[in-house]
Design a protein around this ligand. Structure first.
Ligand SMILES: *Cc1c(COP(=O)(O)O)cnc(C)c1O
Length: 483
């Protein structure tokens, strides 16, 4: 096998020519000048440009094709939002500038908070957390502090369904809570009898239940009102993991379901870029009685001021403190607010189309793959590759084969309660033609498994990078340039 050469550096090559006579150097105080050269690849500007262009060509993104990565809501990120976030008044504003200097930015943040209140039904919002998991951490810190302030600190347990996303138990665990797992029933929903039993057996010890609705199977929890009644009657709080909000906007709200704390993933539901595309934002919304616990500052209207003035407010009585520098990822907030303005405050059409797309695909695929929970789904659904596994092909290989056909694979092996899981979330961005193409390819792969399994087992054949050692990559993450 030929060794792939990644090294582009050539000794003595340079992209810039800063000499000692360069006038730019006059502006830098001598103590800030480097004494030794940095250890960087030595390449010309053009070669550096080509390197990054080549990487971007190899990358797969929503702009290059269908990306049904379940639970991640890989919807289209409108480009006008990038333009708006890059406007000088937003992009070049210094976070330490006074409120008076930043009225436009503060107004945008205030109005975004108001919009998120309407969409979730909650009473107060922090925009600080930088991702969904960070929002969960913030929410769990609020739960902990709330019970401490109320003299009820013996509540040390958090109930989480067995279908939950891994970040839920991780966030609760980081706050020192013990996790109690509640089972799913034969309909893929929280087993209410088991939940009642848990609350009886742990009387006065449960601080909260963390749920997402629809759940990670893409199924709406029909008993959510009973569940919230049970939890509240035992003095516990309800935390809503908002990663699946794309299914319900403008139709119902977490508040109506009985939740007290909600995180949102602006980089999922609100169309801001994901992962390598930029940082995220995970605002947390709470009911009135928890408002005093939010991180500071929150953005408010100065009530004493004659006219409209926006201020950063720091004096929340029981605040958990700061969980992110300054205002959070402000550029992301601009993009999310632009998206809301574009779609209309309720975003209902997005949810309706997302649910329709998922049900359409589910019905097309269910003759060819196992569908463990055969019910109308919300914005996503979970297939099982058990039938294909019986023929010797695993879900992982089906996922790799999809890449040969220029489709991003769905989320695989999650949720954990479905064997050989494939979690498919088409989002509202896709049209019927794309969905049909994807279904055709999935059906074709199911046929290949029967007729020519070797071709699937050895996939991918057409990608720039072939099968990678994912475990090794995760265990021994190596991101630094070493000459
Ligand atoms: C994505 C996701 C999270 C975590 O959100 P991040 O923004 O990736 O930190 C939590 N729960 C569910 C169900 C998710 O899909």
């Amino acid at each position: 096998m030929t060794k792939i050469i990644f090294e582009k550096s050539i000794d003595g090559m340079t992209g810039v020519s800063l000499t000692d006579e360069n006038p730019a150097l006059d502006f830098i105080r001598p103590e800030f000048l480097r004494k030794t050269d940095p250890v960087l690849p030595q390449v010309s500007e053009l070669e550096a440009m080509r390197h990054f262009k080549e990487l971007s060509d190899k990358n797969f993104c929503v702009e290059s094709g269908f990306y049904p990565l379940g639970s991640c809501t890989m919807k289209y990120n409108p480009k006008v939002n990038e333009y708006l976030a890059s406007l000088e008044g937003f992009a070049n504003l210094h976070p330490l500038q006074s409120d008076d200097d930043a009225q436009g930015a503060l107004e945008l943040m205030y109005k975004l908070q108001e919009a998120l209140k309407i969409i979730t039904g909650m009473d107060a919002v922090t925009l600080q957390p930088s991702a969904g998991a960070h929002g969960e951490l913030c929410g769990m810190m609020i739960v902990k502090h709330y019970f401490k302030v109320n003299g009820d600190a013996k509540r040390k347990k958090v109930v989480i369904p067995d279908s939950a996303h891994g970040t839920n138990p991780a966030s609760a665990g980081m706050c020192g809570f013990e996790i109690v797992k509640v089972s799913s029933n034969e309909k893929g929903q929280v087993d209410v009898e088991h939940l009642k039993q848990i609350f009886e057996e742990n009387k006065g010890e449960i601080a909260a239940i963390m749920m997402t609705n629809p759940n990670t199977l893409g199924i709406f929890e029909e008993n959510i009102l009973e569940i919230s009644k049970i939890a509240h009657s035992h003095g516990a709080l309800l935390y809503y993991d908002g990663a699946n909000l794309n299914a319900i906007m403008g139709i119902t709200t977490p508040r109506k379901m009985g939740f007290d704390i909600v995180h949102l993933n602006l980089h999922k539901t609100f169309a801001t870029p994901h992962g390598g595309g930029g940082p995220g934002a995970g605002p947390v919304c709470v009911t009135e009685n928890l408002k005093e616990f939010l991180p500071v500052p929150i953005v408010d209207i100065d009530r004493d001021f004659d006219g409209q003035k926006y201020v950063r407010k720091y004096n929340l009585k029981n605040t958990i403190g700061k969980i992110k520098e300054f205002q959070g990822n402000f550029g992301v907030l601009v993009k999310a607010y632009a998206y809301i303005l574009m779609k209309g405050y309720t975003l209902k059409q997005a949810s309706c189309d997302a649910v329709l797309n998922a049900n359409y695909l589910k019905e097309k695929l269910k003759p060819y793959y196992d569908l463990p929970y055969d019910e109308p789904c919300m914005h996503e659904f979970v297939l099982s590759g058990d039938r294909q596994k019986a023929d010797g092909v695993h879900t992982l290989e089906i996922a790799k084969r999809l890449m040969d056909y220029k489709f991003h694979p769905p989320t695989v092996y999650f949720p954990l309660i479905v064997s050989e899981a494939m979690m498919i979330e088409p989002t509202e961005s896709e049209n019927k033609q794309r969905l049909d193409e994807f279904a055709e390819v999935m059906i074709k792969i199911a046929q290949e498994v029967k007729e020519n399994p070797q071709n699937v087992l050895s996939a991918p054949h057409c990608t720039p990078v072939k099968r990678v050692d994912e475990t090794n990559a995760a265990r021994h993450l190596d991101l630094r340039y070493k000459p």
